[in-house]
Design a protein around this ligand. Structure first.
Ligand code: GAR
Length: 207
């Protein structure tokens, strides 16, 4: 059984995709032991509670410094007996110490084909706005391990999505979620739970 803690900031549709995959049996031997949001009003917290999952808000606003915030996060995550941390739209930049402590045990879903439209300032709708502005014909989503950089860790899975002529950032975001994110996030967790993902020289190998 792989125990995962999911970190969220918003609507939680990716969290929902993981919950659904566990409940419908596609994701076996995986348990969500905790959901943590930095925002009290994140709908993701309600989604978790509706499914009987322990969910709480830990806000950086209640801490005087980032290190105190991430020490508390780390302790709560450890207390839940977590083996894998899943960032599903978590919009707080992780501290270096936190990443070091959990290295190889944090994955993130990003709404583009990394290395396009990623890094500092590229999150949520901004990613899709930039993809449309650049006029790319194909975009997609990426699940990757988290390292000390922003969106620079070893890539686990990617899935492409075609851009349509009349796309807006909102329609594109929705299609990237439906056709890519909600598919590859549960799939990456499944591969990790089966011990099939290996990291070597900053890239992953799936066996
Ligand atoms: C998702 O599109 C996710 O890929 C993105 O935030 C959204 C969260 O939606 N993450 C990033 O942009 C991280 N750089 P959700 O709360 O409905 O899962």
């Amino acid at each position: 059984m792989l125990n995962i803690t999911v970190l969220v900031s918003g609507g939680g549709t990716n969290l929902q995709a993981v919950i659904d995959a566990i409940e419908n049996g596609t994701l076996k031997d995986v348990r969500i032991v905790k959901v943590i949001s930095n925002k009290e009003d994140a709908y993701a917290l309600q989604r978790a509670r509706q499914h009987g999952i322990d969910a709480e808000c830990i806000s950086p606003k209640n801490f005087t410094d980032r290190s105190g915030y991430f020490e508390t996060m780390s302790r709560k995550i450890e207390e839940a007996d977590t083996q894998l941390i899943v960032l599903a739209g978590f919009l707080v930049v992780l501290s270096g110490d936190f990443v070091k402590k959990w290295t190889g045990k944090i994955i993130n879903i990003h709404p583009s084909l990394i290395p396009a439209f990623c890094g500092d300032g590229f999150y949520g709708l901004k990613v899709h706005e930039n993809a449309l502005k650049r006029g790319v014909k194909v975009t997609g989503a990426t699940v990757h391990f988290v390292d000390e950089g922003t969106d620079t860790g070893p890539i686990i899975l990617q899935k492409a999505v075609e851009i349509e002529e009349d796309d807006t950032p909102v329609t594109l975001q929705k299609r990237v979620m439906e056709q890519a994110e909600w598919i590859i996030l549960p799939k990456a967790i499944d591969l990790i739970s089966k011990g099939r993902v290996f990291i070597k020289d900053k890239r992953t190998y799936i066996e």
